[in-house]
Write a protein that binds this ligand. Structure first.
Ligand SMILES: NC(=O)c1ccc[n+]([C@@H]2O[C@H](COP(=O)([O-])OP(=O)(O)OC[C@H]3O[C@@H](n4cnc5c(N)ncnc54)[C@H](O)[C@@H]3O)[C@@H](O)[C@H]2O)c1
Length: 367
């Protein structure tokens, strides 16, 4: 494929960040936009220079000149939309979370295999340069044998123009029974993906305490046991509703700490820019002395993960190489997500590898 003709399905709040990478890539042409909201869809088609607009997915899928579809519709629609696109012979990139259930994610993967097409789940954290660097440092042995991973998410406020311009319609489907859960499903799939991807180890047990605040927020403390019993992980989500933080995007930030026998790595930002620290820091030491290495010369803007994720999909289609994340990896992310809810519900450890279906925390969407 010389130039990939892409159709974009769903032109809502996150679409511009996703489409930017395609618009920047000379190997791709954004040829069509489909959205049931005609005003939103036509405006996006105009902004992105896409010659075709469709209100109906079947009409867009009938356009035989399109090679691939970027699915950016609400999560509960991913399963049907992705499978329809694959059955129509298109390659597909779909935003996280892959789907509302583990089986749906796997069925999407099976449809890709059946139709001989690429399906990947777009996970911007996998393509975020500071996290890519952290993973490489671990794999290169910079901290010796890894022993722990700590992931913190802090959600607060921001006055970023991105946040101010979000359309409220994008929130409705996240807050009712169309979603199996709140923040720990919708956003934290990124962090579950990191818990599995950064160390490239499977997680065998989860313990968790999950609370609820302000409809959607789910502060929590989580403990992961890895397949290597000498490796432990922790994940915390805190909510500071009156704290304004520096961010060009959502009012949230993430911090990652990976410890090994010989050192530790900090990734000090992701969605936001809260801390005045280098995006990645490596601390090492031996009997000759201690050393801090600051990595500042990398693109630490959170939007870079989206741009690179889109371009990675084009790479994969152009070269016929696998595209991250695979549907199976995305299904494992969902297993971890639902294991956290389940462990908190029953107050006991849960093996995420045994999870099927989905888990909805008690009281979710009862309002
Ligand atoms: N990577 C990230 O950090 C990130 C951030 C936000 C959202 N997302 C994911 O992206 C997806 C979209 O999220 P969003 O915030 O943009 O949602 P949104 O509700 O703002 O946008 C969805 C768009 O899809 C359109 N749509 C709905 N049903 C349709 C249909 N049947 N056919 C065509 N168009 C249809 C809507 O009109 C809307 O414009 C979700 O899966 C979400 O989880 C990922």
């Amino acid at each position: 494929m010389d130039k990939i003709r892409l159709g974009v399905l769903g032109a809502g709040n996150i679409a511009a960040l996703n489409v930017k990478g395609y618009l920047l890539d000379p190997r791709c042409e954004v040829a069509a936009v489909c959205d049931t909201d005609e005003v939103v869809g036509r405006q996006a088609a105009q902004d992105w220079g896409a010659p075709s607009f469709y209100r109906d997915l079947d009409d867009m899928l009938g356009d035989s000149s399109l090679d691939a579809i970027e699915v950016l519709t609400p999560t509960h629609l991913h399963h049907d939309h992705v499978i329809a696109a694959l059955e129509a012979g298109k390659h597909v990139s779909v935003q996280k979370p892959a789907a509302n259930t583990i089986e749906d994610a796997r069925a999407m993967g099976a449809a890709a295999e059946r139709n001989g097409r690429t399906l990947r789940i777009s996970e911007c954290f996998v393509h975020y340069p500071p996290l890519e660097l952290a993973k490489k440092l671990v794999a290169d042995g910079a901290i010796g044998k890894p022993t722990s991973l700590r992931i913190r998410t802090l959600v607060g406020q921001t006055d970023s123009s991105f946040q101010a311009n979000l359309r409220p319609e994008g929130y409705g489907w996240r807050l009712d029974s169309r979603s199996p859960g709140g923040h720990l499903f919708d956003d934290m799939v990124h962090k579950y993906a990191m818990a599995l991807w950064l160390l490239d180890l499977d997680i065998t047990s989860v313990q968790a305490v999950v609370r609820r605040r302000d409809l959607f927020m789910e502060p929590c403390a989580v403990l992961f046991e890895y397949e290597d019993p000498m490796v432990l992980g922790t994940m915390e989500v805190q909510y500071a509703p009156k704290l304004y933080m520096r961010s060009s995007y959502y009012g949230a930030d993430e911090f990652f700490e990976i410890t090994g026998d010989e050192g530790l790595i900090w990734v000090t930002r992701a969605t936001g820019e809260m801390l005045d620290l280098a995006p990645v820091m490596l601390f090492t030491g031996n009997d000759q002395g201690c050393r801090t290495t600051e990595f500042r010369d990398l693109d630490a803007d959170w939007g870079a993960g989206f741009v690179r994720s889109s371009q990675h999909f084009i790479d994969a289609l152009t070269h016929g190489t696998p595209a991250d994340m695979s549907p199976e990896s995305a299904a494992k992310v969902l297993q971890l997500c639902f294991a956290v809810y389940q462990a908190s519900e029953i107050g006991a450890p849960v093996d995420p590898r045994t999870m099927t279906g989905s888990v909805t925390p008690t009281g979710w969407a009862d309002w």
